[in-house]
Design a protein around this ligand. Structure first.
Ligand code: M6R
Length: 611
């Protein structure tokens, strides 16, 4: 939710911190700040401002206004205390000697604050993070690492911390518990950061810190410690993607770039996983015996990843004849789920750091289930704590509104369903092979859908000023509508709802009146007639209907709908993978026409690491 970057080296640190923060801004963008050790000043210089990173960058003249070669920076998504200069990070101890940047939530900050106030410590901000800075100073007797270590015994919650002490300007301290922190290794310099994107310009050699670990960074090296302060040797991983993957590359918005990247992302996710006419998962940890004993599948996720699960439920139940439950991760952990040793829990997450999903994963494991995760970010917490991981290989996704991660999650989940069906013998060989052929054609078919974007842009120009939109469909179309509706509301701020079409008549149809915009999703062939009946019903009540269907049904749909967007015909299970592109593009163009900040929608952040 917040972004942290820290650097120690020989270069001027402020421009490096600003550059790193610019790559982390997707994690939170309501304020930003840096703390730098300045020899000239003989102490820490802290600059922080409310608003986007650009405001801070202007104040710092792009970094030129600050002198120093070691520092920490932060971009914030407010939890405790409104966005303001004083609530921005770094938070500083009362003497100004210790600066802290934090991602996460200190759950017992009220008690700790009361304890410190009782000891005469004054507080200036409303943040939970200031408690950390003050507590470390409270324990500080000349050894900053020891003071941090003692403080951690009292702190409860989730945190990634970056700490700089004016008395020890040749080192930085990084701490990680339940929020991400990576360490970047350079020649004469080292980094800490919330995410690889912040350091990739300087180094590809990274370490993913584990829970409870601390690290001391100097110019010459990094030493990691476990939660008992015993030194640990960490394996250095080499990042294998290029910096351009995290840049706009000529596109106006990351979201549009990522929409257009979907065919290639699907190629990466699918092609290596189909070999000799079979689904193939490398180092797959679920053997055939386990798959045969599986009594139930739970899919647990948040937001768009949850919508992938909704599509998956329809596909898996149809193919496997095994029950599938889809649960919102934030509900799952408190709903006392019924799991057995034979229940497979599938956790889906782009970031691999979503706290609700992480907590659900741990609950599932505690209850004895096997956890398989479908994750995009390599080395993320969810990936590391799962029994089995399938990566989506979509590359870095920067826009807050997910697109290519959604598509690749769906493809991987569908492949998994096919694999299970093959092992269980619930699919005929002919259908299995034909479906795999369709998988191989999917990226090319998606390219043709995206090539039709002018039509979607035109429709967006006709309807962008509507204040309420309905997405209706049955079965897979309903599941796809959930995602279409979320895309529209999160970036354009238009109220929208997705409904199972058959449910409209049980109440919601009373909202349909002259000019209400309805997206009618009718791609599922076997339910097309039913979909048409619902289109007729809403048309009869005055709705403007934009429809999505397959090429073979365009004509039938066009008799009633006001406009029809089509997708190439394909097997049922892949219809949402094509149809969603029209809905993503519609949301994008509407937001563009409404002048919204598409990549950084209000109140949101890419990686949601608070409960
Ligand atoms: O990283 P995750 O997939 O776990 O994130 C889950 C949701 O926060 C995420 O899908 C969110 O709904 C997106 N902003 C939707 O575009």
């Amino acid at each position: 939710m917040c972004g942290i970057v820290g650097y120690i080296g020989k270069e001027q640190v402020a421009p490096i911190l600003l550059e790193g923060l610019s790559r982390l801004e997707y994690r939170g963008y309501d304020s930003a700040g840096v703390a730098v050790y300045s020899e000239k000043e003989g102490g820490l210089v802290v600059k922080k401002t409310k608003g986007r990173l650009q405001v801070l960058s202007d104040v710092l003249q792009g970094g030129a206004a600050l002198d120093g070669t070691v520092g920490i920076g932060h971009t914030r998504w407010a939890t405790h205390g409104a966005p303001s200069d004083v609530n921005s990070h770094p938070q500083v101890s009362r003497s100004g000697r210790i600066a802290v940047v934090h991602n996460g939530i200190i759950e017992n900050y009220v008690e700790l604050k009361a304890f410190l106030i009782d000891k005469g410590v004054p507080f200036v901000s409303e943040t939970d993070t200031e408690v950390v800075a003050q507590l470390v100073e409270y324990f500080y007797k000349g050894d900053i690492l020891q003071a941090v270590y003692e403080s951690l015994h009292l702190i409860e919650g989730a945190y990634a911390l970056g700490i700089l002490c004016a008395d020890a300007p040749d080192q930085l301290i990084a701490v990680r518990k339940d929020n991400p922190m990576i360490l970047g290794y350079g020649d004469g310099f080292n980094f800490m950061a919330s995410d690889v994107t912040a350091v990739i310009k300087y180094t590809r050699d990274v370490v993913y810190m584990d829970n409870g670990e601390l690290a001391i960074l100097t110019r010459d090296g990094i030493q990691c410690y476990n939660s008992m302060m015993q030194p640990v040797e960490k394996e250095i991983s080499r990042v294998d993607w290029e910096i351009d993957a995290a840049e706009k590359g000529g596109y106006e918005h990351f979201m549009f770039k990522e929409i257009m990247e979907q065919p290639d992302a699907l190629r990466h996710a699918i092609f290596p996983r189909i070999r000799d006419g079979e689904v193939f998962f490398e180092n797959f940890g679920l053997d055939e015996d386990y798959i045969r004993r599986m009594d139930k599948i739970y899919i647990v996720a948040c937001g768009s990843s949850y919508h992938v699960g909704m599509v998956g439920k329809y596909n898996i139940e149809r193919l496997l004849r095994r029950p599938v439950e889809v649960a919102l991760a934030s509900e799952f952990r408190y709903m006392d789920p019924i799991l057995t040793d034979h229940t497979l829990v599938i956790v889906i997450s782009q970031s691999g750091e979503t706290l609700d999903s992480m907590a659900a994963l741990r609950e599932a494991k505690r209850l004895g289930a096997t956890v398989l995760s479908i994750v995009n970010v390599v080395g993320s917490s969810i990936a590391r704590e799962s029994d089995v991981v399938l990566y989506t290989w979509a590359g870095p996704e920067i826009a807050v509104a997910t697109t290519k991660a959604y598509s690749t999650q769906l493809a991987v989940l569908d492949l998994l369903a096919l694999h299970f069906a093959r092992v269980l013998g619930t699919i005929e060989l002919g259908e299995y092979r034909a479906t795999l052929d369709e998988f191989l054609l999917l990226p090319g078919k998606l390219e043709t859908v995206l090539a039709d974007r002018d039509q979607v842009q035109y429709l967006a120009s006709q309807y962008f000023n509507h204040s309420s939109v309905f997405f209706i469909g049955r079965n897979l179309d309903y599941a796809m509508g959930l995602e279409g509706s979320l895309k529209l509301k999160e970036i354009s701020y238009i109220h929208s709802e997705a409904y199972a079409s058959g449910e409209l008549k049980h109440g919601t149809i009373s909202l349909i009146e002259d000019g209400t915009l309805v997206f009618a999703l009718g791609t599922c062939g076997r339910l097309f007639e039913k979909a048409m009946s619902n289109v007729v019903e809403v048309k009869a009540r005055g709705a403007d209907v934009l429809a999505v269907t397959t090429e073979s049904r365009r004509e039938a749909m066009a008799r009633t709908a006001d406009a029809v967007m089509t997708i190439p015909d394909t097997c049922d299970m892949l219809l949402p993978s094509l149809g969603i592109a029209h809905l993503q593009l519609f949301a994008y163009y509407v937001a563009l026409m409404r002048g919204c900040d598409i990549d950084k929608p209000r109140n949101l952040a890419k990686s949601v690491t608070v409960e």
